[in-house]
Design a protein around this ligand. Structure first.
Ligand SMILES: CC(C)(COP(=O)(O)OP(=O)(O)OC[C@H]1O[C@@H](n2cnc3c(N)ncnc32)[C@H](O)[C@@H]1OP(=O)(O)O)[C@@H](O)C(=O)NCCC(=O)NCCS
Length: 132
């Protein structure tokens, strides 16, 4: 285990249990299920910052480090790395908690780019960040 595995980075945005219906033929959880929840978490965090709708424009450097098992709780952490004119780049980490232990381990990490979009699906300029 390297040092970066010791503690999750960012805000806990999504927690969800992995169910038998989410498993692949090996009995582990589908990578797509994990990515869907990372995408959801990125969307929640980016929409808060944008104060409006967002869409995923890119997922970069996605790495699956460990399998997720049935019964694990998936915990997704989000950090805003960069805010552009219309886009928000987030580092997303997925960690799992085994049923038998409260200790978490990092299973997947990636960089998600979200774009603020208006009612017509066109990018809009992000508002300035304000407190509260
Ligand atoms: C998101 C979308 C509205 C952007 O429209 P667009 O015409 O490409 O917009 P722009 O070229 O003006 O780019 C908008 C922002 O995204 C960034 N961007 C675009 N493509 C990117 C990529 N591949 N990687 C990283 N950033 C990207 C641009 O740099 C720009 O950021 P900035 O304003 O902060 O500088 C459009 O591409 C779209 O609707 N995509 C589908 C979204 C979707 O359905 N997602 C779910 C996937 S199932």
């Amino acid at each position: 285990m390297d040092k970066s595995d010791e503690l999750p980075k960012g805000e806990l945005t999504v927690r969800i249990p992995a169910m038998p219906g989410d498993a692949n033929a090996n009995g582990d959880i589908f990578g797509g299920w994990v990515v869907a929840h990372m995408d959801m978490a990125a969307g929640i965090r980016a929409a808060e910052r944008a104060r409006g709708r967002v869409a995923t424009v890119a997922i970069n450097t996605l790495t699956f480090k460990k399998p997720v098992k049935i019964g694990d709780t998936l915990c997704v952490y989000t950090s805003i790395e960069k805010v552009g004119r219309t886009s928000i780049t987030l580092a997303i980490e997925a960690w799992t908690q085994r049923r038998t232990s409260r200790r978490e381990s990092k299973v997947t990490e990636g960089i998600f780019v979200m774009v603020a979009i208006d009612e017509d699906g066109r990018p809009f300029e992000l508002p300035a960040e304000t407190l509260g």
